[in-house]
Design a protein around this ligand. Structure first.
Ligand code: UD1
Length: 328
């Protein structure tokens, strides 16, 4: 195991906080940088939390130096697809320009390893029923493009320096820490499972189904929902890979099968034991009909074995967290 520190940007956010927790549990030295705009200080269960921005060059350089960082895990980003369509420069500013700044600081400080939160949105509308890592890259929203530009910056920097990286392309992340210590608290959340669980506990009047005329079996969008605990574990496996001298790589993070919006809502109803108030609505801008991972490469290259590939377990953990938020 390397002795260097690990900087987690966005470590107070939904996925980042699960990774910080898992790193802390394995005894790793971790420091979080988060501007706390969408993150929560109380979600950071291990290591120091520094409030600030990845675009702040002096701050980032100081953290890398003071914490003797040799690995950066970079989550800090805006992530809402429809917002990226209506406000693209916000996404290019934070997701692309700030990542460039962070990478420059990493280069100057001699950081060795970089793990990047990328997204399935880089594929746009895949030509086949699965998106594989070598499928065409054709994002249909600024969110996907902003992340793809960062992947390419990483690729080019790695070719020109000693930095090695793993870019993880997340499919649809859902669920919470199975022990209920942390979860997804994002205000004005847009993610289907979160929205549905909020409706289930009475925090929302209803759930809208965005699009019922897609070319899918029940007409609603199909996604590959991955439990946040398995996704967090993929980061730890990526870290092991880099520390063992493994080469740079780009990997899908999904289970390789999908559920429709209606199937997810039915599962929430089943777990909650009550019908959900649902309304059908037009398609949402920027949404592909189907997005499912070709999910073999991550198993082969990282030896990643998912433990929570079960929609009921995903929904149960999300609903438990939502109930906890409601009960204060
Ligand atoms: C999510 C991620 C995005 C990632 C993508 C990969 C966030 C905020 N979004 O976006 O970063 O690139 O997965 O696939 O982390 N839906 C409804 N009603 C709702 C909400 C959603 O019908 O109230 C539908 C959507 O139209 C879509 C599906 O549910 O068909 C999933 O949507 P959502 O949970 O918002 O995730 P993505 O937009 O896929």
């Amino acid at each position: 195991m390397s002795e260097g520190g690990i900087l987690v940007t966005g470590g107070a956010g939904y996925i980042g906080s699960h990774v910080v927790r898992q790193l802390g549990e394995t005894g790793r030295r971790v420091v979080t940088l988060d501007n706390l705009i969408t993150g929560f200080a109380e979600s950071v269960l291990y290591g120091d939390l520094i409030e600030g921005d990845t675009g702040d060059r002096e701050l980032v350089a100081r953290i890398l130096r003071q914490h003797d960082v040799d690995t950066v895990i970079h989550f800090a980003a805006h992530t809402v697809v429809p917002e990226s369509v209506s406000n693209p420069l916000k996404y290019y500013g934070n997701n692309t320009c700030n990542t460039r700044n962070l990478l420059e600081c990493c280069r100057d400080a001699g950081v060795k390893h970089f793990i990047f939160s990328s997204t399935a949105a880089v594929y746009g509308i895949p030509e086949s029923d699965r998106a594989w890592e070598d499928s065409p890259l054709a994002p249909i929203n600024a969110y996907g493009t902003s992340k793809l530009m960062s992947e390419w910056m990483l690729r080019d920097l790695a070719a020109a320096s000693d930095l090695r990286y793993v870019a993880l392309r997340y499919f649809n992340v859902a669920g919470c820490d199975p022990e209920g210590r942390i979860g997804q608290s994002t205000p004005n959340a847009t993610l289907l499972t979160k929205v549905a669980c909020e409706a289930a506990v009475g925090k929302r009047e209803k759930v809208y189904i965005f699009g019922t005329d897609y070319p899918t079996p029940d007409g609603t969008g199909v996604r590959d929902y991955i439990h946040v605990e398995d996704l967090a574990d993929a980061h730890l496996r990526a870290l092991d890979h880099l520390e063992a001298g493994g080469g740079s790589t780009v990997l899908n993070c999904g289970y390789g099968h999908g559920y429709s919006v209606r199937e997810v809502l039915e599962m929430v109803e089943k777990v909650n034991g009550a019908p959900l108030p649902v309304e059908e609505a037009p398609r949402r801008p920027g949404d592909p009909p189907v997005l499912i991972a070709g999910a073999d490469r991550i198993r082969e290259e990282l030896g990643w074995v998912p433990r929570y590939d079960d929609l009921e377990a995903i929904v149960s953990s999300a609903l438990n967290w939502e109930r906890k938020l409601v009960s204060g």
